[in-house]
Design a protein around this ligand. Sequence first.
Ligand SMILES: [Zn+2]
Length: 477
Amino acid sequence: MAGYHFIFNLNDHTYESREQGLSDPEGYLLSVHRYTPKFTALALSLNNSYDEIVMADNGYYARIRDLTKSYTKESAALLKRVSAFEKKLGRKARYKELPAELMRDYTALAKRIRSSVYEIEKTHEFSFEDILREQSLIKPDRIVCPEDILLATLVGLNIEPEYLDLPRSFYRYRNERSGRFFQKAQTTYPGTYPGEKQILAVASAVDYNSAYDAGRELAKAGAQYLAMGTGAYMVDNHFTDHYRINRKTTILERSVPRRYLRTVLTAKGLVDGYYAQAGTYPALIHFLGLGTPIMMVMVAWIGRHAGEITFDATSPIKDAVEGTLYVTEPSYLKFKTDKLASYYMQNPEQRWACGCTYCKTYGKMHVMDYDRAAQWFAKHPDRGADLEREDLRAGELAEALPLFSMPRGGQQARDINDWRMGHNHMMLMHIMDDLRSTDNDETLKALITEKLETYAKDALPHYAYAIKEAWRLSQAF
Ligand SMILES: [Zn+2]
C-alpha cells in the first residue's frame, strides 16, 4: 500500500499557521517564482530526515497560464464552431468527427502553440539550468523537473485530441521530451545528486492514451518518481459523453463533467503505461494541483501499488476565501457557509463539532450561539434555505454564527479566513490519515466506496452518475 500525503503550498497562510503552532504538515511545496527570504529560510530548516518533505516546484505554472491567456481568444472562437456543430449533431463531437475545415484550423492552432512553447523555452529569462539552480537553493528533498508545457496548455484551452488531425505520436513525443528533461536534470542538477534527492519527471497527458504513453516514456528514461499536473483538468467546466482507450471510443449514458473523467483516466493511463514498460510501479506519483477530496481518493486507489502518492493544491485556500468548508463525515464533502448557517439556525440542537486544532482554537475566540441564530430565524422565517450573503456580512445572525459569517474586511474577516483555510487543510490531512489507516486493497476499496456512495446520495443526478462512472473506471481494465 502506498503512503499517502498532502503537501502544503508554502505561502503566508501556511507559514503563519506553522509559526502559531496550529499545523504540522508532512511537507511543503515551494515554487521558484514564490521565493521570499522567510520562505526559503523555512524550507532550508526542514527536510525529509525530520519527516517534513520539501518540494521545489519548477514554477512553470505561470508559463502555462500566460501562454493559455495569449491564445484564449482564438481557441474560444474555434470552440464556438464546435458548439454550433454539436448543436446540429445533437450530441458531443467525437474522435475526428468535426468538419474537415474546422479540424484543420484546430490542428494549425495546436501547431502554432507548439512553436510558442519552443520560443518560450528559448527566450524565457530562466533557462533549464537556471530553474534547476533556483530549485537547488532551498535544498529540496524532491524536485519537480522542468517540463514540457504544451499539453497542459492545450487542456487549458479546451483543444481536445478528438478535434485535432494529429496522431498519437504527437502526444507521445511530449513525454519523450519530458524523459529527456529528466535525464538532463539528473546530470546537471547542482549539488549532491544522486543521493537522497528525488527528481520527479513530469508526465503530460490529456487522456488515457497519452498518459499511458507518458508512463512508458518516463519508465524508459529510468524515472522512478513521477509528477502529473492536474490543475488544468480540474478547472475545466465542460462536459463530455465519451472517452477513448486505444482505438475504442466508449459512449456514456449521459454527459459528465470532463474533469472527473480526465483526472481518473490520466492517472490510470500513467500507472498502466509505467507498469507495462517497467514491470513494476513507480516509487512515487505526485499529483500537482489536486485538492478535491473525492478525486484524490479515486487516484489514491489507482496508485495504491506505488510506493507513495502525494498531492498539493491551493484549492483549500481558494475555497476558504469563497466561503467553502470541507468535511470528512459522513463523506468527503464541501459546504458553502451560507448552507451551514441555514442548517444550524434551523437545527439549533446540532453543533459544529469538528475537533481539528483550528476549530478548537478559533471556536474559543469566536463562540457560536446557536440559540441566538434560531431566534433570528424565528424573526425571519422567509429565509430558510435561501439565506442571503448579506445576512452573514454583519448583524445578528453573523454575530450568532461567527464561524459561518462573511465579514467584509478587518480583523474579523482575516480571522475567519485563517480559520477556514486551516480547517480545510486539516480535513485533507484527515483524509490522508483515513487512507493510511487501511491496510490492504479490500479495506481501502471499502472506505472509498462507502465515501463515494454517501457523496453521490445527495449529489445532483449528473454528478452522482459522473462519480459512479469515474469510480468504475478507476477499478476497470
Ligand atoms: Zn476543523
